[in-house]
Design a binder for this molecule. Structure first.
Ligand SMILES: C[S@@+](CC[C@H](N)C(=O)[O-])C[C@H]1O[C@@H](n2cnc3c(N)ncnc32)[C@H](O)[C@@H]1O
Length: 277
């Protein structure tokens, strides 16, 4: 396990993932009843943008920093930037756990899984006083089988693996989704995935179409052409049981994100129902 998210925090991929996460949590908050969020690959929770790692790649400069300089943004992107700014006093970028914790209500719960010692210790420090949050040092895929459905019977699972296993990671995700969906068919599942070579995504998208899962929406942005296996050209979120009107919210956001984050004139976005109901 070599992956360290501190090199990538706040990059364009984090921006898409965290904006979709906010849209999902806000949609679920439309009902007052409690919900649970399970973040299967939680990371450290927050990242210094002044760290050696962040400065080495400088990826946040083509991510969250670009958005901070953009004008006339839709409301949800302002909400995202406000969440970042609250934690930006000492130049830190909030990871998915901190974004979710800021949005969840007193009666909601957040369950975080992380495999690495340092990241888990950081999560425990960060949330030591937040009784809504539970941190587990364990495999996130196994946790899906063990911890679902949550007692609230409402909520969201964010699956954000490092893809060190490359295309094999999609097979792990599919396996975990099958087991989780059997136990909790009405949960909302959001899977982040990298886009390098477009063809490599086809088996995963085909699988989603044929999986028997409902309301499967994919939202993608590409900052480069999607024709090279050698770099991260874009990324996507596949959402299962997508909440009502999420497609409308994302239809407003994706073109703005693709425009603001473009690194070539071939930048593009895509919003597609793989399974509509
Ligand atoms: C892309 S990062 C997560 C970023 C985080 N979700 C965010 O948006 O701020 C992936 C994390 O998954 C962790 N990880 C890798 N394999 C794992 C596994 N099998 N179970 C749980 N966590 C894992 C890595 O240590 C890394 O911190």
């Amino acid at each position: 396990m070599n992956y360290r998210h501190s090199y990538h925090a706040g990059n364009f991929a984090d921006v898409l993932k965290h904006v979709v996460l906010i849209a999902l949590i806000e949609a679920l908050k439309a009902k007052h009843t409690p919900m649970a969020v399970l973040d299967t690959h939680a990371g450290a929770g927050e990242y210094s943008l002044a760290s050696e790692e962040a400065l080495k790649t400088g990826e946040f400069r083509d991510g969250v920093l670009r958005l901070m300089h953009a004008e006339r943004l839709p409301t949800l992107l302002h909400a995202y930037l406000n969440l970042v700014r609250v934690h930006n006093g000492v130049q830190t970028y909030p990871g998915s756990p901190l974004i979710a914790a800021q949005l969840l209500r007193d009666h909601d719960r957040l369950v975080l899984c992380e495999i690495q010692d340092e990241e888990t210790a950081a999560l425990r420090r960060l949330f030591s006083r937040d009784t809504r949050v539970a941190v587990h040092q364990r495999d996130g895929y196994q946790a899906m089988a063990a911890l679902l459905p949550p007692k609230e019977k409402r909520g969201l699972v964010l699956i954000d693996p490092p893809f060190e296993a490359q295309e094999q990671e999609f097979r792990f995700i599919e396996e975990a989704l099958v087991a989780a969906h059997k136990r909790w068919p009405t949960g909302v599942y959001a899977v982040w995935y990298p886009i390098k070579l477009r063809q490599s995504l086809l088996p995963f998208h085909r699988w989603l179409k044929e999986s028997g899962m409902r309301k499967v929406l994919v939202a993608e942005i590409c900052v480069h052409p999607d024709n090279s296996a050698l770099r991260l050209n874009g990324c996507g979120m596949a959402i299962i049981n997508a909440p009502y009107r999420l497609d409308r919210t994302l239809a407003e956001l994706l073109p703005v994100l693709a425009g603001a984050l473009a690194q070539s004139r071939y930048a593009q976005h895509r919003l597609e129902w793989l399974v509509e109901d």
